[in-house]
Design a protein around this ligand. Structure first.
Ligand SMILES: Cc1cc2nc3c(=O)[nH]c(=O)nc-3n(C[C@H](O)[C@H](O)[C@H](O)COP(=O)(O)OP(=O)(O)OC[C@H]3O[C@@H](n4cnc5c(N)ncnc54)[C@H](O)[C@@H]3O)c2cc1C
Length: 439
């Protein structure tokens, strides 16, 4: 740029800044017209072995309904919310209308879905947006299911119907700053007083907690030393939930740090079915299967995106799909997706037939998330520079997978749960410290 002699350095800076740097970013479809961004979601190309044939008509219809809703309502807005790390409250009524919250719970306005149907819905949501699937999982398969399996009749009637419609939202708080993998070591206390309980302690990472109407909280009974469960209401005096900032994945999910200071919970809100840590295992068995379906869905969406992108984007006069190495990566991704679907499906059938063990669920979750990590990183490579942009899904999915690799038992912990089952030896605690594993 030519600078007139009268201009000082400062003037020049101002001029250049106002001319060039204050402009808003171009819309990605204008800046990069060659390939379609994920706001217009790609058609499904990942069902290569016709997994749909293994589903009942009802399950197929649910799959289609969820996918259509996600493509129409969430795909166009997800990159914006993800970038801002804000929760898209505007989609809650649309997800509510799908009638999937409450999953396998029968009655109380809940849909009584099979675990397979639940899993398919989870994958279809995750294929478009993993944050939305985590929001629903925490609300439905952890919060609602704990009330459904461990709550009193009065609690189920009082809380489940509006939770099933997503008119009220739940969260589920087990993890603490001091205890993540060793979740049974909960330090938050519940002290019996006249007419109720006093809760004191801290929870960390709790999804939906900054806006949830109902918080299912686990605390150690100071008389029995056992873990009990409580329904704590939003705005309870002494309860505080603050958002965890600066996450690289699941950015739309509002994870919170919870502080409980002298929080009074009436007797009627103690969950009568949680009398020890073992009582959470019925809930975790279901949620672990469903969490395993998130990486399946994420991988499906990433494959679909890459499949379209590689045919649209041209280099050296040919679409990227024409290059051998790119085709090989696509096929590796596709093979992974088929294997993940079959493992996930078998896990659902084992559960439905009452044959699933904790080791089965843990191996499913850990193996699937490992394969998904490989799949999304291949996808990230395939999109070149656009592989680091949320607008083309793959970068967002790549980051979203990381917390899923870690939550609901890290990859390592889940492999050790299966390791314990197949060897009969628990290896969670270093030999020098180990008396008895609490996991
Ligand atoms: C985005 C997100 C959402 C979450 N949502 C919820 C929620 O809604 N509710 C809730 O209660 N919790 C939630 N969590 C918590 C989650 O379940 C924990 O982060 C997880 O259990 C791991 O605990 P940690 O982060 O303390 O890791 P740590 O336990 O500190 O583990 C760190 C590393 O050490 C390894 N390790 C730990 N112990 C052992 C061992 N005995 N043997 C071998 N290796 C070991 C782990 O595998 C890991 O690699 C969420 C977490 C995230 C990131």
């Amino acid at each position: 740029m030519k600078v007139p002699p009268s201009h000082s350095q400062e003037d020049m800076h101002k001029e250049v800044k106002s001319n060039y740097f204050d402009l808003p970013a171009l819309d990605v479809s204008v800046a990069f017209p060659q390939a379609t961004p994920a706001s217009i979601f790609p058609p499904c190309a990942s069902d290569y072995y016709q997994f749909d044939d293994l589903l009942s008509r009802k399950e197929q219809a649910l799959r289609k309904k969820v996918r259509e809703c996600m493509e129409k309502e969430v795909a166009p807005i997800m990159a914006k919310y993800w970038e801002k790390a804000e929760f898209p409250f505007e989609v809650v009524p649309k997800l509510g209308a799908l009638r999937i919250a409450g999953g396998s719970i029968k009655g109380y306005g809940c849909p009584n879905l099979s675990i397979t149907a639940n899993a398919i819905a989870t994958a279809e949501i995750a294929s478009v947006d993993a944050s939305c699937s985590t929001f629903i999982l925490v609300h439905s398969s952890l919060g609602m299911l704990t009330i459904g399996l461990c709550g009193s009749e009065a609690q189920k009637q009082k809380y489940l119907p509006s939770l099933a419609e997503l008119k009220t939202i739940a969260c589920w708080a087990l993890t603490e700053p001091d205890y993540g993998s060793d979740a049974s070591a909960v330090r938050t206390t519940a002290r019996k007083v006249d007419g109720g309980w006093i809760l004191d302690g801290q929870k960390r990472w709790i999804g939906n907690s900054t806006f949830a109407d109902i918080l299912v909280i686990f605390a150690r009974n100071t008389s029995t030393n056992q873990i009990n469960g409580f329904i704590v209401k939003k705005n309870a005096p002494g309860l505080q939930a603050t958002k965890i900032d600066n996450k690289i994945g699941l950015r739309m999910v509002q994870n919170g740090d919870i502080l409980l200071k002298n929080v009074f919970v009436p007797d009627e809100d103690r969950l009568p079915g949680v009398n020890s840590f073992q009582d959470t295992s019925k809930v975790l068995a279901v949620s672990r299967v469903l969490v395993a379906w998130q990486p399946i869905g994420i991988s499906m969406g990433v494959y679909d995106m890459c499949h379209r992108y590689l045919k649209e984007r041209k280099q050296f006069g040919a679409p990227l799909a024409a290059f051998q190495i790119n085709q090989q990566k696509l096929v590796r991704m596709l093979g992974n997706v088929q294997a993940m679907l079959l493992v996930g499906w078998r896990l659902c059938k084992l559960y439905e037939n009452g044959k699933m063990t904790p080791g089965h669920a843990s191996m499913g979750k850990s193996w699937i998330s490992l394969k998904a990590r490989e799949t999304v990183s291949l996808g990230r490579e395939l999109l070149g520079g656009n592989g680091i942009l949320a607008d083309f899904l793959v970068a967002k999915a790549f980051c979203d997978l990381e917390p899923i690799y870690t939550y609901e038992g890290t990859y390592d912990i889940n492999t050790l749960v299966t390791g314990r089952e197949i060897t009969g030896i628990a290896s969670f605690k270093p030999a020098a410290l180990s008396k008895q594993s609490r996991l």
